[in-house]
Design a protein around this ligand. Structure first.
Ligand SMILES: [Zn+2]
Length: 434
């Protein structure tokens, strides 16, 4: 059948291209396509303009060198970031050097100078013969990961790690880089030995963490933190803007950190006034569920229509293939038709998933409402008393009702809650801190 053939063809093409790449790596050449060159290097090219190797890019390699030296001297990644930002563009072109970028440079064997004797067993005799016995080499690996397309439409990819025996080592001459084995190894060791900071969540449940509390200055989620005056004294708990913390105080206009207890009780005062009254809560849930239904124009009916169209597409595909087998449709036209059908199918399947998602969201809200009412009935007086709601339960409630708390750069917080529209309860509440 045409469809089967064309898929087989496609698979072969991918295989051939992979074989080409692997044989290129086996010849000791780096690959120029698809990926950016490693930071600190530039491509060397053959007479056809194809990338075949790496040579040191001195300006960028000086940055790499600086990173290794700072870390080897005991600097933290954070200090390295602060030194680079605003002075040197990150490898991706942006201004911010991420921790991941710095870490991956430090761990990348392309920057670790190896002597000839160490490189020789990693490569074929043919490549070893071309190596300069007095030079030092980093290793660029081909085939550490395999990527697969996850979806045709979104271009999402799945990345899988390959076992080391599948890697192909390509030596990269490090002459002129200034990299020294000892410094690189020391920087790696320092990074591995560095104690991992105890997360600020220790000792306390932060009920506004996890996508509830946002910075009104930069839009990032607020992060819980704790501080104490000196060792031995009790911790004070805060929420702070991560942008301001990691990029410096000018990076975000938010004035200060927020005392956790203060913000949390402001939020709870407001929300508990509604949720400890079954009548008000029920009305709020009803309104929200109705709003979702209207916004999604009856997902049940749409699901039906989408499912029907999917069945039709399967029929169309079969018809096209039958025509091709009878010689009534030429192979190129068949390929075009099958391609279009596949695209439509993927789009419809995604729509179907979205409908299911909306349905599930509504069902989850209904189930949560019912569970709340059961606990109103059987949970004793605790449910009606705001002081008896533990932080975990408040957090779960906030997530369910889609609460959003925003730290205002002018001071105070704002709350947005789609459930409550009437002015009396205040869909949006501003509080101003002294
Ligand atoms: Zn901010």
């Amino acid at each position: 059948m045409g469809g089967v053939l064309s898929r087989e063809d496609q698979r072969k093409r991918v295989e051939r291209s992979l074989m080409g790449k692997r044989s290129k790596a086996r010849k000791g050449e780096v690959l120029g396509a698809a990926f950016r060159q490693r930071y600190g290097f530039k491509y060397t090219r053959n007479e056809n303009g194809m990338a075949v190797g790496y040579a040191v890019n001195e300006d960028k390699m000086a940055v790499v060198l600086g990173i290794f030296e700072m870390l080897a001297d005991g600097a933290s990644i954070h200090q390295v970031q602060r030194r680079l930002e605003g002075h040197v563009p990150a490898p991706g072109g942006g201004e911010m050097w991420s921790r991941t970028t710095i870490r991956s440079i430090v761990e990348d064997d392309v920057y670790l100078p190896l002597a000839y004797d160490e490189v020789e067993p990693l490569v074929s005799a043919e490549i070893a013969a071309r190596l300069d016995r007095d030079a030092e080499y980093g290793i660029w690996y081909y085939g550490r990961h395999t990527t697969r397309r996850k979806s045709h439409r979104t271009k999402a990819r799945l990345v899988e790690k390959n076992p080391p025996e599948k890697w192909t080592a390509v030596p990269v001459n490090l002459s002129g880089s200034g990299l020294r084995r000892k410094v690189v190894e020391r920087a790696r060791q320092m990074l591995r030995d560095r104690p991992v900071r105890e997360p600020a969540t220790v000792g306390r449940f932060n009920e506004l963490s996890g996508g509830l509390f946002y910075c009104g200055g930069c839009g990032k989620a607020m992060v819980p933190d704790r501080r104490r005056r000196k060792t031995g004294t009790a911790y004070l708990y805060y929420y702070r803007c991560e942008t301001k913390h990691s990029r410096g105080k000018d990076a975000c206009p938010l004035p200060r950190s927020y005392r956790a207890e203060v913000v949390e009780s402001e939020v709870w005062d407001y929300i508990s006034a509604v949720v400890t009254s079954p009548e008000r809560l029920n009305a709020a849930f009803e309104r929200e569920i109705e709003r979702l239904r209207i916004a999604n124009r009856d997902p049940g009916r749409e699901m039906e229509a989408v499912t029907k169209r999917l069945t039709e597409l399967a029929e169309e595909r079969k018809r096209a293939q039958v025509l091709a087998v009878r010689g009534l449709l030429d192979p190129d036209d068949l390929a075009v038709q099958l391609g279009r059908i596949t695209e439509d199918k993927v789009a419809l399947e995604e729509r179907l998933e979205a409908c299911k998602g909306h349905n599930e969201h509504i069902a989850a809200l209904e189930a949560y409402r019912d569970a709340l009412f059961i606990s109103y009935l059987f949970g004793g007086p605790g449910m009606h008393d705001p002081l008896q709601w533990p932080p975990e339960k408040r957090h779960a409630l906030y997530k369910q009702i889609g609460l959003k708390v925003i730290a205002d750069p002018e001071g105070g917080i704002r709350m947005e809650w789609s459930f409550v529209e009437d002015a009396e309860a205040g869909g949006v509440l501003d509080t101003t801190r002294s």
